[in-house]
Design a protein around this ligand. Sequence first.
Ligand code: PEP
Length: 251
Amino acid sequence: MTERQILVAANWKMNGTLETIRPLLQSVIQGVQGTKSEVVICPSSVYISELATLLQQSEIKLGAQNVSQLEKGAYTGEVSALMLKDFGCGYVIVGHSERRALYAENDVMVAKKFMAVQKNGMTPILCVGELLEERESNCTEEVIARQLDVVIELAGIAAFENAVIAYEPVWAIGTGKTATPEQAEEVHEFIRLRLARHDNEVADIVRILYGGSVNAGNAEQLFEMANIDGGLIGGASLVAEDFLTICRAMR
Ligand code: PEP
């Protein structure tokens, strides 16, 4: 089995101002020195340029929270993959549940965003996850399979050699209700097996992050699970000490 390096990605969402993100980032830059995990920070797109400068001497990678699936043109307010690449982004979150729910992003759009990111040499972090009612009606696997299969079909299984998947049960995002390590592991294993139907090697190397109310107190137990390769962190990534504790949580 491949040894997969833990990846911890911060999703700052629409939070912060220059006044607050500068000291937050400074603390994180200093605190992550010597950590074995790979660390990515995804600020709001207006701060990408600022972070690109501040992260120049750091191991921390820069990411974005969203991207247009289109290349360029008259799409007011959109940000293209090429623009993100231009500012040194290495990762881009696609299909976050907030975008699926609030901005009507469907599986095909998400797959197109995934491909746009890869076409520009960056790594997509593909979010998948079920709603509470879907879990309660035992549809979790069906939902995850559908979300994954569209991307596999459009982008091809080989595309997952350079992709990260984030399992984020929607009921756990921003709610303080974390999936138990066992609940999360069950879905992570399902995701890996779903990829393995197409290619065992790809399934073995792809990193699958857990997201949904990860905090300084539960990260270690989650990251101990065999198929959990790190986390996508919302709220806790805005507090330097909490985020650093998560970055230090190892298998
Ligand atoms: C997220 O938005 O991806 C997330 C996991 O948020 P939180 O950690 O706040 O639940």
